[in-house]
Structure formats: C-alpha cells, structure tokens
Design a protein around this ligand. Structure first.
Ligand code: CUA
Length: 343
C-alpha cells in the first residue's frame, strides 16, 4: 500500500521535476547573466576606484580559495592517514603556526593592501565638483563649472573621461545611498551632512547607478544614468545645459507651454529662461535631452512623459509628483510634446 502511494507520488511529481529543474537553471543563468551586464557591475569596472575594488575582490576570492583548498587538503590528510600519536612538540608547532602565525600574517598583509583603498586614505581632490542630492525618489545633480552659470539636471550624471570628479553627496529627506558600481564604491547620503566621494571614469560609455539604502516604498525605482564621454563632448553638453530653455516652436508645443503654466507645474519645476522657477521637483530646462525619466524608470519620449504626468503614483508609489488625471487628451499630449522638445 505504502509502495503504491510512493509510486503515485513519484508519478505525479516526475513530469514537473524536469520543468522545475530547467526553470531553476534558467533563473540562475539569468541572475548570472544580469550580474555580467557591465552597466551596473562592480566586476566590469570603468573607473579607477571600481578597478581597485574589483582587484581587492579577486585578491580576496582567490586568496580565500587557496587557503580553503589548503585546509581541505590537510583535513583529508588527517582523516586518511593512519592514526598515531604525534609528539607534543609537533602538535604545538602545528597549532601555533597554523592557528596564530599564518592568520596573523595573512590578515596583516590584507590590511596593509586594503587600507590605501579606503576614502580616508585617498587623494580626495577633484578637477570638477558635482553636488548630488537624494530626494523622494530621484537624484538632483547640480553642476558648478568655472566660467558657466550653475545648472541642474535630474538622474543624469555626465562626466568627462579621465577627470577626477568630486561628488558632494547630500539628502533632502531620509538617508539614501549613492552607488555607481561600475565607477566606484557606495556612499551614504545623509540629511544635514555632505559626504564626499571622488571617482575617476576611465572608460567612455553609459552606466547605471542606484540608490542603495532602503528609503521608502519606491526605493527600488530610484536609479540614474551615468554618461562618461570625451572632455570636448562633455564641455559641449555643459555649455548647452547652462543655456536657457528653447522656446516652444510648434502650435502644439505652444499649447503645451500654456498648459504647463495653467495647471501649476511651475509650483515645483523650473524652466530657466521662463518665469517658472519652482525648486521642489526636477529642473525641466533640458528635460527632453535626458536619456530616461522618473529616475531611470522609463525611456524618455512623448508617450512616457504623458503617462508619467497622468499617473505618476501608478508608476512610482509614494512619489511626490501629483497625478494630473483631469487633463484632456489633447492638453496632455501638448504638455508632453512641449517637455520632450526641451532638449
Ligand atoms: Cu533612495 Cu533608496
């Protein structure tokens, strides 16, 4: 009876078992593959600090593997060798060398190797400073470049290749954490405090950074783009960013500009060169030129801008951006078209 039940159970399970195994294998390979995506990987470094962190990781991993193998070999030897009484002197030498001297040497060497990698012992001067403030749930980037008007972007950190960049990290509300794994280690953003993180991008490209400290219900939707480019291209971008916004050109954009003023967007958002100077939300002077909107959540185009304006809470719970559900379809499209044109 028990055997029959066991056969029944195994028959019931058997068709699912291979499917479960392949599902697990697929999930594992997905996890491994996503970890290899260089845009957000500490193991595919694109900056000086990240390279040093990656070297530390591999040194510790390989060193740990060598020590583990050695201990396992000794264990196997101890288990398989014939039991005999060891002289007290041999036992004492083994315990002292293996239990005290070897760990002391290894850990001291590791400490000497890793201390210079800590921010407190590094050269913290930068060629360029960017103030990054964590907000609910986005990043405000403020550039003050010599010879230019200060300007702000949101969730877009552009950096010139090869420069030492000093990030001044702040928070407007709760504790956030700035983490751009491909470029450097992470650093907390604490209200009432300015933390400094210096990084040096060494490979041009587009990377992804995230908030790495639980800061509320949409913490996982708080990301930013990092674009590392040649110094000349960065200078061109900075020059364009410091200029006032483009004027609305088409009939639809002009209608969008009127909607922007009429529904009160300017209470929170600024558009430099206009009368709109709200400071609570992201500066929208050049919003149309950003790669993504809503802190890395959506690609930037007229459709996603319209969707975000109409229902931000549905896309990012807890965001302070109110929903504008009452806008008519044509008004919403015009407003999105106006914002998309602010390149
Ligand atoms: Cu901000 Cu998590």
């Amino acid at each position: 009876m028990r055997n029959a039940r066991r056969r029944l159970v195994s028959r019931r399970l058997s068709p699912c078992a291979p499917r479960l195994t392949s599902l697990a294998a697929a999930a594992l390979s997905l996890a491994i593959l996503s970890a290899c995506d260089g845009r957000q990987s500490s193991l595919d470094p694109a900056g000086r600090e990240a390279t040093e962190i990656s070297q530390l990781f591999w040194t510790m991993t390989i060193g740990g593997a060598v020590i583990w193998s050695l201990v396992m070999a000794l264990l196997a030897y101890a288990l398989m060798s014939r039991r005999r009484v060891h002289p007290e002197r041999t036992a004492s030498v083994t315990v002292w060398s293996g239990g005290i001297v070897a760990p002391a040497i290894t850990l001291t060497a590791l400490l000497v190797y890793s201390l210079p990698l800590m921010p407190a012992y590094r050269d913290q001067t930068g060629d360029l400073a960017v103030e990054v403030t964590g907000e609910q749930y986005w990043f405000r980037m403020r550039y003050r470049l010599p010879g230019r008007d200060a300007f702000e972007t949101a969730n877009e950190l552009r950096l010139p290749l090869g420069a030492r960049v000093e990030l001044v990290l702040k928070s407007a509300d709760v504790i956030h954490s700035f983490w751009a794994p491909a470029l450097a280690g992470k650093m907390d953003m604490i209200p009432g405090r300015a933390n400094r993180l210096v990084l040096e991008p060494r490979k041009a490209g587009r990377y992804r950074g995230v908030c790495a400290e639980l800061c509320g219900e949409s913490h996982a939707l708080m990301a930013f783009d990092i674009i590392v480019e040649e110094p000349e291209r960065f200078a061109d971008w900075a020059r364009e960013q410091s200029l006032a916004a483009f004027a609305a050109a088409t009939v639809e954009e002009k209608r969008g500009e009127q909607v922007f003023a009429a529904v009160g967007c300017a209470a929170c958002h600024a558009i430099r060169g206009s009368a709109h100077v709200g400071a609570a939300g992201p500066d929208l002077t050049h919003v149309g030129g950003r790669p993504t909107i809503a802190a890395g959540l959506l690609p930037n185009n007229v459709g996603t801008l319209a969707g975000w304006i109409a229902a931000p809470q549905d896309l990012k719970p807890g965001t302070t951006m109110p929903a504008f559900r009452t806008l008519s379809g044509p008004d919403l499209r015009a407003l999105a078209a106006y914002l998309a044109a602010l390149k």
